[in-house]
Design a protein around this ligand. Sequence first.
Ligand code: S3P
Length: 425
Amino acid sequence: MINRQNSKGLRGEITVPGDKSISHRAVMFGSLSDGLTEVTNFLQGADCLSTIDCFRRMGIEIENRPDKILIHGRGLHGLKAPSSALDVGNSGTTARLISGILAAQPFQTTLTGDASIQKRPMRRIMEPLSMMGADITSLNGNDCAPLCIRGNALNGIHYHSKIASAQVKSAVLLAGLYAGGETQVTEPVISRNHSEIMLRYFGADIRTEGTTVRIQPEPELTGRHIQVPGDISSAAYFIAAGLCVPGSELLIKNVGINPTRDGILKAALAMGGDITVLNEKHDGEPTADLLVRSSRLHGITIEGAIIPTLIDELPVINIMAAAAEGTTIIKDAAELKVKESNRIDVMVKNLTAMGGCITGTDDGMIIEGGKPLHGAVIDSCLDHRIAMSFSVAALLAEGETTIKGRDCVNISYPSFYEDLKALEH
Ligand code: S3P
């Protein structure tokens, strides 16, 4: 049960857990490198633990210590056939990226996951990987997991993706590590580029020009040290709460501000949010501390190239929009329908239940802000980002809010409720 923040607002300092996208990639690329990879500030969320489990089951020794994880990489050709199906749990990133690797292995794998994963579209990776020569079948014939992936010799392609998806791009690039020649991916607009940054750091020959990335096959990847920045997608809940709960002032420390991920900052500033970026560091993945003060927000239109840079933050941006004056229009975000839940439908249902004024559209939503919110029973649909977004909404609402399936925050932010509570005064 979460109650409105009636008192002096949210105050204090917070350090959010490590970035989910970067943590997944550290395990995957470390496993494919020669020698030891040490990862600090690794996200101990269920999704990233699924990635560790999958690579352990392919013969990689991974030590999960309290202060770091150690990956004893076996090189590009060092994976072993798992003895049974690989289970990615709830993790779309694991499912899609690992498929690019499995497509080139000298063994056959079955890849499965939870009920949500078994509904998420896999054609988007099956199509380009098949063009490269991969043999992938959807066992239920619905283009979703479980997938049977029979490793094959692959050829390089130039793939023109219709969607801006880092998961699709990364799957093709990872298959490209094993291809017979250069592989290129062109996206309609740039999606998060953590794979490109980290693969280069491990020793891959990978270059970006505009929205095209090219990778050369058979690099010698060498184990490295990865310091994972705080996850801006997790920081987003505190940015929203800090801006919308009156009387708040929060310092969010060590947040990743990669420009392919920082749309939440741009959107919040455009809405009139008082955010100061402090202590910027540009060594590898850029990071900064964010000072957030409560602000009077106004509605904006969010569309086009910014969408992939804030796609996971749109649920909590909906909450900011509900608290803002005027109308917020979100367009070009049809991808919301195929995330851990259909985030257009789920946002409309839950925000309406709290008294918000929101209309779903084909590719986003329209929110009339400024309507008083009241407590309600929220169905998270076991989607971690929905549970966290409505925890923020609950702080703005009159009365009590109950979030069904609240523990799903374990996917990306196991200590979320404790961390939020610690800031209340
Ligand atoms: C991710 C990419 C995004 C994002 C997901 C993580 C990644 O998905 O929504 O949470 O780590 O590559 P798409 O690339 O499918 O848009």
